[in-house]
Unconditional design. Structure first.
Length: 474
């Protein structure tokens, strides 16, 4: 098939047309979540944009196979192989076993994905399922002279590679080579600063709940080895696209490439797709900060998770994105207005083939242009104003929403089924909410509760959020 889909390839720092290894097929791998805590909406920004990438590739005709791991062992609190295993940390925090923690947060992750209309990957594999594969790869790396044993651990020897810092510019490489990471206590077993652990037997060993027999003693795998092995297990020796958040680029993806290509003896993955961070007032949203936002929290506050999805799609994946409730409020009204406009489309006429082709082409062009989701959404606004039959408009929106996954037609249908509100009802509700607010201020909670009940008997459920009282028809 004709290849015209372009993405920014972090490997060459350029927008490139994807040429798959096998015509019409894309082998794709995504680094999955570390399941020691809830995913925050920053993590989920990465998964939303990766979901749109897969759906866009399918939209233009590729047969995509997407594999994702679940990190349930080996990811230490510092990326430089020091600190505690994050899973052990989670288990201690909640007085549970590591496997209980892994199960709970894996389920929670997929529940969040469902709320955000993120499709399940074709294959999901937890790291703890693949210990024999990890051991096999470490053995092969030792045999080929790319790895060494020291202090009980097995390390990858980065000095054996011509170019270890594959994602970095010449200046960055220099800085990385001389630079000492301030935050990291040096591991004296390492021959080179940039070497990394393939298999642990010593470090923090007493704390480690999950451990397996290996030729180097009882221990557990390093974090990076799992992605190399799990991807090869399901996608073979050649991969087209590897995805992850931008923070995974170094050291995680750099190490994945080092060990995979040393093991295979040839180039492994051709395109690297990195999603930039969601930030809040204090910088990058991260699990270790503790005060991160989750999908459940957004729902509790009365937000539709798909409004968060739309917020992500309105920005390009290669730009940092700043989260605030104000922006989410604006996005809520933008989403509602869009749905209202779609609900007003009359299902009439026949599909106008020329207009259909023209607009589908425009939408495809946006996707092929480095997954430009915000201009893709603009195509919907354009077609709403365009002179074409209702049938054409509805067909186009239906197809575009297979990629955007904003439930646009579903929401419009619900609005059309009387779950919408006329001006009279709206002013009645607002009046009642104001009355209730006054009652609450006067500490007359009986009246406040009675108003809530009265509204509920009319099918209106209200919710108190930080931004005020919201309501929905139930
Ligand atoms: P983790 O569960 O920590 O292994 O991270 C899961 C995914 O979320 C990885 O691809 C990370 O690169 C990505 N990620 C982490 N923090 C953010 C953030 N603030 N914004 C976007 N993606 C992120
Ligand atoms: Zn990975």
């Amino acid at each position: 098939m004709e290849n015209k889909f372009k993405i920014f390839n972090s490997l060459h720092r350029e927008v490139e047309t994807i040429i798959p290894n096998e015509d019409g097929k894309i082998a794709m791998y995504t680094c999955g979540p570390t399941v020691y805590h809830f995913a925050h909406i920053g993590n989920l920004r990465s998964y939303i944009m990766e979901d749109v990438l897969v759906k866009s590739l399918r939209f233009v005709g590729y047969d995509v196979k997407r594999v994702m791991n679940i990190t349930d062992v080996g990811h230490l609190s510092s990326d430089a192989d020091t600190g505690e295993d994050k899973m052990v940390k989670g288990a201690k925090r909640e007085h549970k076993t590591v496997m209980e923690i892994a199960k709970f947060y894996t389920d929670a992750f997929f529940a969040d994905c469902k709320d955000l209309n993120i499709a399940d990957p074709d294959v999901v594999e937890p790291a703890t399922n693949c210990i024999p594969e990890f051991i096999h790869m470490v053995e092969a790396l030792l045999e080929k002279g790319y790895a060494y044993q020291a202090g009980g651990n097995v390390y990858f020897d980065t000095s054996k590679l011509d170019d270890y810092y594959v994602f970095s510019s010449a200046t960055e490489k220099e800085q990385l080579q001389v630079g000492v990471r301030d935050d990291v206590a040096e591991d004296t077993n390492k021959k080179n600063k940039s070497d990394f652990v393939l298999w642990f037997t010593k470090s923090k060993f007493e704390d480690q709940a999950l451990k397996w027999d290996s030729p180097w003693g009882v221990g557990y795998p390093g974090w990076h080895i799992e992605c190399s092995c799990i991807s090869m297990k399901h996608l073979g020796e050649y991969m087209d696209i590897h995805c992850g958040g931008i923070d995974n680029m170094f050291p995680h993806h750099t190490n994945e490439i080092a060990q995979s290509e040393a093991y295979l003896g040839h180039k492994w993955c051709n395109y690297w797709f990195h999603v930039h961070h969601l930030n809040d007032q204090s910088g990058k949203m991260s699990k270790s900060k503790g005060d991160f936002l989750t999908v459940s929290l957004l729902k509790e506050k009365g937000y539709n998770p798909l409004v968060y999805r739309m917020f992500c799609l309105q920005s390009h994946y290669r730009k940092p994105l700043m989260f605030s409730y104000d922006v989410l409020d604006n996005m809520t009204s933008a989403y509602e207005k869009l749905v209202k406009k779609i609900a007003e489309i009359k299902e009439e006429g026949t599909v106008d083939e020329a207009a259909y082709k023209e607009y589908r082409g425009k939408f495809e062009e946006c996707l092929c242009n480095d997954v430009n989701t915000s201009t893709a959404i603009t195509v919907i606004y354009d077609l709403l104003k365009a002179d074409m039959s209702g049938a054409t408009k509805l067909k186009l929106i239906d197809e575009f929403d297979q990629v955007l996954s904003l439930d646009l037609l579903k929401a419009a249908k619900e609005l059309g089924e009387g779950k919408n509100v006329d001006a009279e009802l709206e002013s009645y509700i607002n009046e009642k909410i104001a009355e209730r607010k006054a009652a609450k201020k006067a500490k007359d909670f009986a009246t406040a509760d009675a108003i809530r009940e009265e509204l509920l008997t009319k099918g209106i459920a209200i919710k108190d959020t930080r931004e005020g009282t919201t309501w929905e028809l139930v």
